[in-house]
Design a protein around this ligand. Structure first.
Ligand code: NAP
Ligand code: GLV
Length: 313
């Protein structure tokens, strides 16, 4: 029997849908992706989704499970529109964790070696050394040390940095100082030089980087966000960058995406803008687990990487 799966990624994207279908058919030739907005979607038991119109998802009465086309699920559970019990599955892909790690490492190396300062010098034909930050004295905090953050933390440690991690439940990772709780969050803000947000968006983490958290960071701190835009109060970040209190901010995610042209974030020399590409979903590496999740859902079983709804991630 055909396995009908409703598909939506940002907006209807036929090429991407075909790519996913071809990848999924390697594991189950009977999988048939249909656009979420089409009439055929009424027959789907599973939906494969990225930032879908949730009212449409809610109307599909045959759905028995929802799969996020990313590691985060905030785009599915936001506003509690999907307010009924149904497995919500996320991707957990080592490829994505490594991609994120590469992006974070690149961002940190650009920061400490002042890559952009050298670009400017080149434009002006200036040939002289710039101040280099001593990496052995730097303390790095990784907020969120789950599937992605733990890989980032370990890779940074491997490069010789002093790394601290923060999570909801206590973790034990060799070489990483792991902390939990609000007091330790404050301690990390106060004592670290580079702050990396890799948290999921939940009620607890919304607006977590605001004026009070930026103010207690050391003067000249570097802030990196590849978690979610809504974890940062952007006006507060801008204010702290203008004061030089945050000396560099490397951002991949924003409260509103795509980042509106009128956003002040674009114009600050301290800020680097990336268009939500730090760790993109890869159909080639993720298809196997998605085909497996579809099979579980159709058999009425709970797939691996089903989120705990009450935690919000
Ligand atoms: P994950 O495995 O669920 O890890 C989340 C981490 O955050 C865990 O360590 C968790 O603690 C911690 N956490 C959650 N709530 C917390 C709280 N209230 N206080 C302290 N720590 C808390 O998620 P993941 O797969 O690593 O992905 C993390 C996020 O990265 C995603 O949700 C998404 O927003 C973002 N992301 C971005 C991109 C991109 O391209 N920019 C790509 C992929 C993912 P526990 O370990 O105790 O549960
Ligand atoms: C991307 O942001 C993801 O959640 O996978």
């Amino acid at each position: 029997m055909m396995s009908v799966v409703a598909f939506y990624s940002n907006h209807s994207n036929v090429e991407l849908q075909n790519e996913w279908e071809n990848r999924l058919k390697i594991y189950n030739p009977l999988i048939n992706l249909v656009p979420l907005l089409s009439d055929q979607a009424e027959y789907a038991k599973t939906a494969l989704l990225w930032k879908p119109p949730l009212e449409r998802v809610k109307k599909l009465k045959n759905l028995q499970g929802l799969i996020s086309l990313g590691q985060g699920v905030d785009h599915i559970i936001k506003d509690n529109i999907i307010d009924y019990e149904i497995p919500i599955v996320r991707i957990v892909d080592p490829f994505m964790a490594k991609s994120m790690s590469h992006w974070v490492v690149m961002s940190i190396l650009n920061y400490i070696r002042d890559t952009f300062g050298y670009y400017t010098q080149q434009k002006n034909k200036i040939y002289k050394p710039r101040k280099e930050i001593n990496f052995t004295t730097l303390k790095i905090a990784v907020y969120g040390i789950g599937a992605i953050g733990s890989v980032v933390a370990k890779d940074l440690k491997q490069l010789g940095f002093r790394v601290h991690g923060w999570s909801r439940t206590q973790k034990k990772i060799s070489g990483i100082n792991c902390f939990i709780g609000k007091d330790k969050f404050k301690y990390l803000l106060e004592t670290c030089d580079i702050h990396i947000c890799l948290l999921p968006l939940t009620i607890e983490t919304k607006n977590i980087f605001n004026n009070s958290s930026f103010k207690i960071m050391k003067h000249g701190s570097c802030f990196i966000n590849a978690g979610r835009g809504e974890q940062v109060v952007e006006e507060h970040l801008i204010e702290n960058c203008k004061l030089g209190h945050i000396s560099a901010a490397i951002l991949d995610v924003y409260r509103k995406e795509p980042l509106p042209k009128e956003s002040k974030l674009w114009d600050l020399k301290e800020i680097r803008i990336w268009p939500h590409v730090a760790a993109e979903t890869n159909p080639e590496t993720a298809a196997k687990q998605i085909a497996n999740a579809i099979k579980h859902i159709e058999n009425g079983k709970i797939p691996p990487n089903t989120i705990e709804r009450k935690l919000g991630y």
